[in-house]
Write a protein that binds this ligand. Sequence first.
Ligand code: PLP
Length: 437
Amino acid sequence: MSPKPQSTTDNDDVVAGYDEHVMPIWKSLNVPVERAEGCRLFDHEGNEYLDVFSGISVANAGHNNEAVVEAAKDQLNTFVHGCSYVHPSRPVADLAERLAEITPGDLQKSFFCNSGTEAVEGAIKLARKYTGGKEIVALEMGFHGRTLGSLALTGNHAYKHGMAPTLNDVTHAPAPYKYRSHYGDLDDEAFAAEAAAELERVIGTHTSGDLAAVVVEPVIGEGGIIVPPADYLSRVKEIAHDHGGLLVLDEVQSGYGRTGEFWAADHFDVTPDILTQAKGIANGLPLGAFTAPAEIADAFESGDHLSTFGGNPVCCAAALATIDELQGGIVDNAREQGAWLADELAALESLDAVGETRGLGLMQGVELVDPDERGPGDAPAPAPDLAKHVGTHLREEEGIVMGVGGYYKNVIRFQPPLTIDRSQLRRAVDGLEDAIR
Ligand code: PLP
């Protein structure tokens, strides 16, 4: 039995001096992790936590995965170019070749960078260069990063407070979000058609015919784990192409096995024109990528886009080992455990405070509501305070680290390392149920 974790409120409480010199980041996790193993986090006092968030879908192959750590160490020992990308190196070429094999469709060439945000920024540039267009359409509940360009695509205006204007020529369309949908209680096919028609309407009325790309997350993560109806993404691709733009799928959060398939796109039988990746790609080392068919990728000429550290050999070696690990059974585990988890969470819908549970694989969300109040879409009102309380209770009383987020800040997010086992998931579900009750 691990000791009860200490109660925490500020970063300063857990790492002395933190708030004095580190600019404010995010205060909702507050676990001063000193060591991590598989699905377990350990703080500076040896307290143990069950990690059901994996640093937001990063440690997909489990924390401190031996094969990944060894691959990075081996590469670091050679220190050829250290962590810089400016000369061609073997791991970069090998990773690019591997991505050409495992990405959907005919995506042949990759550009490597350091993060998801950079992957999105690069994808926008490539789409503009290839199409000659400049306008981008994204979804209202989508999240794509916090630099000015990626923030412009991020739909939720709460992230932009005091920092707008961002990039011009970005328009948002409603997400295919059924629970609070104004479309009514439609079956999946009709729902996909309605949501796609809405996108078409937005492009028709709010853009000027100069489209470069439609950028969407195949499963929306930060916005609250929103899975589109089956046909939606292929309709989005048709609409983007009809208007002269590309489909960019942002798989920064949903990729690398998270949804129980290697790519979320694999569930929907859709091939993007550009696929953005990061987070789980190197199991915790900083790497991002965007991948495209040669015809599109070759729109970039030498020097059009460059990053000193992006795609450095150390992170690329770690990524190759991560892909081996994921394909060696971990994605299968995500599919199997995710199916079980989805059923367990669905059973929680009998609780008044649970509005909806939804997700794919080990990317599952539980929307908490106040049953006595009506909210958007005439569904029970979102309950962000309850969600925050549940997250804090789980961390402080149960030693379970779970994400809290979503467009209305009322979604509990299950996004554990994909190596998680049934008993760990059981503990997480039971802990959540107790916390809600
Ligand atoms: N795109 C998506 C879908 C994300 O979820 C995120 C981060 O949460 C980003 C982009 C930004 O990635 P990063 O934090 O690596 O810059």
